[in-house]
Design a binder for this molecule. Structure first.
Ligand SMILES: [Zn+2]
Length: 285
């Protein structure tokens, strides 16, 4: 990013993005608030090292939203024709790769009464994990949007056409989280390869590489009964994550039907005569 980049922060949600002033940003990408405040920066923020490219354009993102909103019978029919206002954004994430020296302890199959016995070992292998660094998109949303492809390419000047969220997790902070994720990833692989169960262990990391990458997201909202509903779309796969209103009339009808059936069953139950003593089953204690 050059000095020509503008950084704004949202007073409502705290989200901060850097963007090219040629592409005006009037609302916060994360909460649609207009409380955007230019942030003075001493030095232009560092651009991401690499990006996972957008595979779907605005029309495809809108089509994915349409399929998502029509998928559930519980959603109001009036929503079927709704359009979301979606904007592209680069979401920062740390890509951490390392050679993981894994010291593991686990149970393996053995001719014992339990059918298992303990075993320990040392195993080395490469692993790579992504640690989200976004403040505007929560961990839950990012997990639900997965997977993102492993293929990425270096950041280019043209990528500035899309606003970039500034990372809110440092490389050191990401590494602390990444260490546990790398350990878990290698334990999973080694457990599968060696048929281990209940595996645990510790990890020493070698040749650690951290890279601040950007993931492609369409983010925005749609309105229903004068209330905005937030929605995010994976810019590569088109997977949609968000909350949507439910049809109150359908809920009322289903509740009434369930209640009526319950009442009917209760009444039938009352009408059935009690079994005679001779017909009762004697239970042993
Ligand atoms: Zn905001």
């Amino acid at each position: 990013m050059t000095a020509a980049w503008t950084v704004v922060q949202c007073d409502a949600c705290g989200g901060a993005v850097a963007y090219d002033p040629n592409h005006a940003l009037v609302r916060c990408l994360f909460c649609a608030a207009v409380a955007l405040r230019p942030v003075p920066v001493d030095a232009p923020p560092e651009p991401p090292n690499a990006v996972v490219t957008f595979a779907i354009d605005a029309d495809a993102a809108q089509a994915a939203f349409g399929r998502w909103v029509r998928r559930s019978w519980w959603r109001p029919k009036a929503l079927h024709a709704a359009a979301a206002s979606l904007q592209p954004v680069w979401i920062p994430t740390w890509r951490i790769s390392a050679e993981v020296e894994l010291h593991w302890a686990a149970l393996v199959a053995a001719p014992t009464r339990s059918g298992r016995r303990p075993r320990t070992g040392v195993d080395s292998g490469c692993a790579e994990v992504l640690v989200p660094a976004s403040g505007g998109v929560g961990q839950g949303e990012m997990s639900a949007l997965r997977p993102f492809p492993a293929t990425h390419r270096p950041w280019q000047q043209d990528d500035r056409a899309v606003p970039s969220e500034l990372p809110c997790v440092s490389a050191a902070g990401a590494l602390a989280i990444g260490h546990d994720l790398l350990l878990a990833e290698r334990l999973r692989v080694v457990s599968r390869e060696r048929s281990l169960s209940d595996a645990g262990g510790t990890a020493e990391l070698h040749d650690v590489r951290t890279s601040l990458d950007a993931l492609p997201l369409w983010i925005g909202s749609f309105r229903y009964r004068d209330r905005p509903w937030r929605v995010v779309v994976n810019g590569h796969s088109g997977k949609v994550v968000g909350a949507a209103p439910l049809d109150r009339v359908k809920i009322a009808i289903v509740t009434a039907v369930v209640l009526a059936i319950a009442l009917l069953l209760a009444r039938c139950d009352r009408d059935v005569p009690e079994p005679s003593v001779s017909g009762a089953v004697t239970r042993s204690r």
